[in-house]
Design a protein around this ligand. Structure first.
Ligand SMILES: Nc1nc2c(c(=O)[nH]1)N[C@@H](CN(C=O)c1ccc(C(=O)N[C@@H](CCC(=O)O)C(=O)O)cc1)CN2
Length: 284
């Protein structure tokens, strides 16, 4: 039987609707969540993601501002900008769109963001808290993946989760979040030997390779849950994931599509983190 498709676009829409109610209540208490996104350079994909973030924020009543800086911006100028945003009491959430131009250290920039405004959940303090299982801002894509699994009551505890990819944004943190839910986690990456031997044992397979259709039905176990994090733009203009959807859908129990899978959830979780950041102020 073909897998159930977990539609991230629909789930993200549901989440936005419930966030909208929460934001309305916060505003009645005088709390106005505000997100500031910093975009450096003119990467068309980044620009389009930032537009998506602005639109989604407006939909739930979160005010947002975008600071656009040229690709020639120096690291020092960017860090100065972050310091200003850290000090600005109107701003609850700060997000620096990645990737940054090569001459700027992404880690230095992330380290400079006030951890209480780090709605991406990338600051080392927030990463540490996540590892310890403490309440914190969770990175948006991994948080979206866990939310997708929970939306279908997919059992994580005791399951073997295999992650392909070890980026700081997706691979590493999603493995940690699954471990926090008592999964047994295996990380695979470009140097992994016998990849198929590992992927074919996965109850939950998270694919974040960055190569179109790299994983096919032959790589997965019958009944596996397959989460495709890849977003690859083909020469034809078509968007495709890292998983060969047409073959995998016949073997998996659940699968996420691309587009309309994990991508929209990334933005929904960012809004959730921004509301959390604004609520933090209430408790101080
Ligand atoms: N500071 C950050 N930078 C980046 C992050 C991040 O979480 N924080 N993640 C990615 C990009 N990203 C959000 O920033 C993102 C990627 C994809 C989507 C999305 O909705 N994709 C759609 C398709 C959109 C299209 O047509 O191109 C989908 O999958 O349906 C949203 C956000 C890297 N940078």
């Amino acid at each position: 039987m073909a897998a159930e498709i977990i539609n991230g676009k629909d789930l993200a829409q549901e989440l936005r609707m419930s966030l909208k109610d929460e934001v309305t209540e916060l505003k009645q208490k005088g709390i106005n969540p505000h997100l500031t996104v910093v975009l450096v350079g003119d990467n068309p994909a980044s620009r389009s993601y930032v537009k998506g973030k602005e639109k989604a924020a407006a939909e739930v009543g979160i005010s947002s501002s975008v600071i656009e800086l040229p690709a020639t911006t120096s690291e020092e100028e960017l860090l100065d900008q972050i310091h200003k945003l850290n000090e600005d009491s109107v701003v609850n959430g700060i997000l620096v769109q990645l990737p940054l131009p090569k001459h700027i250290s992404e880690q230095k920039v992330i380290d400079t963001i006030n951890p209480n405004k780090d709605v991406d959940g990338f600051h080392p303090i927030n990463v540490g808290k996540m590892m310890l299982g403490e309440d914190t801002f969770l990175p948006c894509t991994p948080y979206g993946i866990i939310t997708m699994l929970k939306s279908r009551n997919i059992n994580i505890e005791g399951k073997h989760a295999v992650i392909i990819g070890r980026s700081n944004i997706v691979g590493k943190p999603v493995g940690q979040l699954l471990l926090n839910e008592n999964a047994t986690v295996t990380y695979c990456h470009s140097r992994t030997a016998n990849l198929r031997e590992l992927t074919s044992k996965a109850d939950i397979l998270i694919v974040a390779i960055g190569r179109p259709n790299a994983i096919t039905a032959d790589d997965i176990k019958e009944g596996a849950v397959v989460i495709d994090v890849g977003i690859n733009r083909l020469e034809t203009g078509k968007l495709t994931g890292d998983v060969d959807f047409n073959s995998a859908v016949e073997k998996a129990s659940y699968i996420t599509p691309v587009p309309k899978g994990v991508g929209p959830m990334t933005i929904a979780m960012l809004l959730k983190n921004t509301v959390k950041a604004a609520k933090g102020l209430e408790n101080r």
